[in-house]
Design a protein around this ligand. Structure first.
Ligand code: SF4
Length: 203
């Protein structure tokens, strides 16, 4: 175990402390060390950055990046933190009401934002410095309403009641499946009316 805690950047003396004697970042590193003990090829990280302050988040992301590279790990992040997902992932999947609505190379998903929900999520992020002009506002989608009940899912698209692009008579009658898009590279979207244009420049 001493080797594992060193691998995640901690001293072996921490092994003799109780959890309440560790900081949030140290506890997260210990959790990662425990997961590594079984020599995994694939790790699922469920909200690994929640409850950590920004500087510690960056340290944990750097650690995971190093582990991925050194050990050849595949990492699956489950997160509400779109910025972290965007800057750490090779592929990005956007889920709504329990289903993938858009998935593909992170750069393409963030740039093209084919699904209205993907546009709403990215549009809710504060614009990067110097990019708060009309182009940024054009990309914002303000959502009303609530997600549908998962116990009684709607017949058609789950996003229909909140979607500014919806087409009554089609979207509410048949749920769209994930399909390959014109952008290629395994970029898929589940929408009858995906956007065909994205921001002019990558942010
Ligand atoms: S299928 Fe229709 S309702 Fe659903 S996201 Fe696309 S445009 Fe909106």
């Amino acid at each position: 175990m001493g080797e594992l805690v060193a691998r995640v950047g901690l001293g072996a003396e921490l092994l003799w402390r109780y959890p309440h004697e560790l900081s949030g970042g140290q506890r997260q590193r210990i959790a990662i060390a425990r997961a590594l003990a079984v020599r995994p090829e694939f790790l699922v990280l469920d909200e690994p950055l929640s409850a950590l302050d920004v500087s510690v988040q960056a340290q944990i992301l750097n650690l995971l990046d190093d582990l991925q590279e050194d050990l050849g790990l595949t990492l699956l992040f489950v997160t509400h933190d779109l910025r972290a997902a965007r800057y750490t992932s090779h592929r990005l999947g956007v889920m709504y009401a329990g289903r993938l609505v858009e998935v593909g190379p992170t750069r393409l998903v963030a740039l093209r934002r084919l699904h209205p929900y993907t546009r709403a999520l990215f549009g809710a992020l504060p614009p990067p410095p110097g990019q708060s002009g009309p182009e940024s506002r054009r990309l914002q989608v303000v959502l009303d309403g609530e997600p549908p009940s998962l116990l009684e899912p709607p017949r058609g698209c789950a996003f229909f009641a909140r979607c500014p692009e919806s087409e009554p008579g089609r979207c509410d009658l048949e749920a769209p499946e994930l399909r390959e898009t014109h952008t290629g590279d395994k970029h898929r979207v589940a929408c009858w009316r995906p956007h065909v244009e994205g921001p002019a420049n990558e942010e």
